[in-house]
Write a protein that binds this ligand. Structure first.
Ligand SMILES: [Zn+2]
Length: 409
């Protein structure tokens, strides 16, 4: 039966022999795609009297939404925090290479840098759709410089900044360009941070709490003002204390405004967080968990010395330290390996592990009506995976943009 061309001339693809992640469950259904979007087959059959033009046997793959990485500092030798003349070529290289790890869109992340770096780099970052050229760019994540000295982690102390009389104007003077900015990580205990959080939120920029010594009530106040995310939970914040659990306490706080959800990033690489801590976070607040790589330039390269903004980093296996210290600084983990580690460490379901890298980051950014699910009419950004969650093939807007050499359909 030929497909009905009254609605569209575009070919209709039917991915068969697969289990697709939909409504929080892996379901033995086919995935239908037309014009880069997920198609509702019932509408196709009954309204359009149409059918598939091309059928593809997925060889019993799991099909999941493409992964979304909201914190990635670089990879494959590229450091997004360097003020180079051609930022685009570095971003393009990373966006190409992460396709093999299942990432179909991401937020290039800049660590604390002098204002001159933001002024040079930010105008060169543009939000763009993904495709064969690489993963889509959802906007920049600026981590610092408005963070705590005590919890600076790998961020260079002499570039840290505070909000003075200008408050939001101080932030604007530092970054100068906000058009491409999607997330700002700041320490909510800084004076005048409430005004800044409100203004960023008003502009649709997600505020994340991190690199901070905030107590729980300061963190709750920041959430009331609009903050929705916690940057790499447990790392670079006060450790959980039962009388004042600090930012970590947001996971079970009863002071979160109604219908609001606080999300939290986890670097699930087996290094940054003990598996027991990962389980505590996940069991306390499963729907808020967002897997991030926090990957640095050394991701995808041999161990050795790499940069992270103004710092030199030594990579040894999965450990990444500021040279000459034991201060952890980003990771060299890939997103697919974080998903597998999360699954193994928490004993969660495959669905839960996949949603932590797709649905949850999409909800955090408020783009779940376009990405992060396989719901009808969403962008057809998806992955074919084997049962151990190794990526077999990556699709963006219905087009195959990467596949294993040995996997053909
Ligand atoms: Zn950090």
């Amino acid at each position: 039966m030929p497909s009905n061309k009254s609605v569209s001339d575009a070919p209709i693809f039917q991915f068969t022999n697969c289990r697709i992640l939909r409504s929080h469950q892996l379901q033995r259904e086919d995935l239908w795609v037309r014009e880069g979007k997920i198609l509702n087959p019932e509408k196709l059959f009954f309204d359009e009297k149409g059918s598939a033009d091309i059928q593809l046997d997925c060889k019993d793959s799991v099909i999941a939404p493409g992964f979304i990485d909201v914190q990635i500092n670089g990879g494959f030798g590229v450091d997004f925090s360097l003020a180079v003349d051609d930022v685009q070529s570095g971003i393009s290289l990373v966006s190409q290479k992460i396709l093999s790890h299942g990432v179909t869109s991401f937020c290039p992340t800049l660590v604390t840098s002098p204002p001159s770096v933001y002024h040079k780099v930010l105008p060169q970052i543009s939000i763009r759709n993904g495709g064969p050229h690489g993963a889509g760019i959802l906007g920049a994540h600026l981590e610092g410089p408005f963070i705590s000295k005590e919890k600076k982690g790998a961020h260079p102390e002499h570039y840290l900044s505070t909000f003075e009389s200008g408050a939001f104007q101080d932030l604007l003077a530092t970054y100068r360009h906000l058009d491409c900015v999607r997330i700002v990580t700041l320490a909510p205990e800084m004076k005048r941070s409430s005004e800044v959080i409100q203004e960023l939120t008003r502009r649709g920029i997600c505020v994340s709490l991190g690199h901070s010594v905030a107590n729980l009530s300061q963190a709750e106040e920041a959430v009331r003002h609009g903050a929705t995310f916690i940057t790499h939970l447990f790392n670079a914040m006060l450790p959980f204390h039962h009388r004042d659990p600090g930012i970590v306490g947001l996971l079970t706080s009863d002071q979160i405004p109604a219908r609001r959800r606080v999300f939290y990033g986890m670097i699930s690489d087996g290094i940054h967080t003990n598996p027991a801590a990962l389980r505590i976070a996940h069991r306390a607040h499963p729907k808020g968990l967002v897997l991030v790589t926090d990957a640095i330039a050394g991701m995808g390269l041999a161990p050795g010395k790499h940069t992270l903004g103004q710092q030199v980093i030594e990579v040894d296996g999965l450990n990444t330290y500021i040279a000459g210290t034991k201060t952890l600084s980003g990771s060299v983990a890939t997103m697919d390996s974080c998903v597998r580690h999360f699954l193994e460490a928490t004993g969660c379901t495959v669905e839960t592990a996949l949603e932590a890298a797709s649905l949850h980051p999409a909800q955090l950014l408020g783009i779940e009506h376009r990405k992060g699910t396989l719901n009808y009419d969403n962008d057809a950004d998806f992955l074919l995976l084997d049962d151990s969650l190794q990526v077999r093939a990556t699709y963006i807007a219905g087009e195959r943009v990467w596949s294993q050499d040995t996997f053909t359909i």
